[in-house]
Design a protein around this ligand. Sequence first.
Ligand SMILES: Cc1cc2nc3c(=O)[nH]c(=O)nc-3n(C[C@H](O)[C@H](O)[C@H](O)COP(=O)(O)OP(=O)(O)OC[C@H]3O[C@@H](n4cnc5c(N)ncnc54)[C@H](O)[C@@H]3O)c2cc1C
Length: 342
Amino acid sequence: MSIPAPIRADADLSTLNTLGVPARAAWFAEPTNLDALADSLAWADRASLPVLLLGGGSNIVFAADWPGLVLRPALAGRELIGTDKDFFHVRVAAGENWHETVRWTLEQGWPGLENLALIPGVVGAGPIQNIGAYGLELADRIEAVEVFDRDSGEVRSLTHSECRFAYRDSVFKHEGRGLVVLSVTLALPRAWQPNARYRDLAEALDQKGITDPSALDIFAAVVEVRQRKLPDPARTGNVGSFFKNPIVDEPAYAALKANEPDLVAYPQPDGRFKLAAGWLIDRAGWKGRKMGAAGVHANQALVLVNLGGARGAEILALARSIQADIETRYGITLETEPILIE
Ligand SMILES: Cc1cc2nc3c(=O)[nH]c(=O)nc-3n(C[C@H](O)[C@H](O)[C@H](O)COP(=O)(O)OP(=O)(O)OC[C@H]3O[C@@H](n4cnc5c(N)ncnc54)[C@H](O)[C@@H]3O)c2cc1C
């Protein structure tokens, strides 16, 4: 069986994941067009190899090598596909860098993504966990997601509702695993309103004396806050938040609050409460702790870091110790946010 051109054997993934842990792929391809992508997938199917889609590797933990094909869609292109009285409709290919895309939309005069500035990774990975930050989720701006369906071998478009977006979740994390995101169509509002209620963001704007922020003001403030609060993966390996914020019902929240009056929680529209996982981990004394070369960030208890030379398994061992401790102390199950390869 001949191997399609973009595929190569035994690739090093250590620089392709932001935790910076060692890992290898038996096969690796970075197709730049749909034909090469489809050929690579067909080859992997014929060889019965498992396929892992990879973007910037900023939401994935390699605790093992990948025995099959790692496919990194390198599809490029950004275009305005239409305007109407309410929206700018913008299509962006999966391989484009997310932060550069946010910057580009603002430069074009199409606001709406500024709260999601500086999230690492590529556009194609955004819908997978419905990236969110500073009071905005990608789902708030997505109109459609174009995919290559591995079962049918066809390209099709998923509507917003077919994507089944939820907090750090979408159809792609469940039965949509056979779907390769090719591009994302965004609807950016013409009647833009600032969304600066999130506390850190409001404080940063306040300190600059900005009371009526533009989208560019919010972009700059988000970048500044994130650079101050989060470790830069180029210097300290990490995958951002390691755990999702758990959502509990009212009685569970009330019971916890009775024991922990300072508990940080956000009421949800359905009457439940989203707890700040970072607060729970901090309260349990994990901030700044180390296990081997894996650590809990000294300022951000939700972020696990590679202190230098850590293996993925060490990061996971630390994560599991934290999960067990939080379960014992609070009866809360912390779910991991990144994809785990083990
Ligand atoms: C410092 C830091 C800060 C972060 N802050 C945030 C934040 O504020 N909010 C937030 O939501 N996330 C945050 N993250 C997590 C991460 O950046 C996002 O989840 C991002 O969207 C991942 O993009 P990626 O290209 O690195 O994806 P990867 O980690 O490479 O992949 C993530 C998932 O997407 C799948 N995937 C990738 N490309 C495709 C495709 N074309 N089709 C189908 N599936 C695909 C992969 O298989 C995997 O399951 C942060 C991470 C870091 C390191």
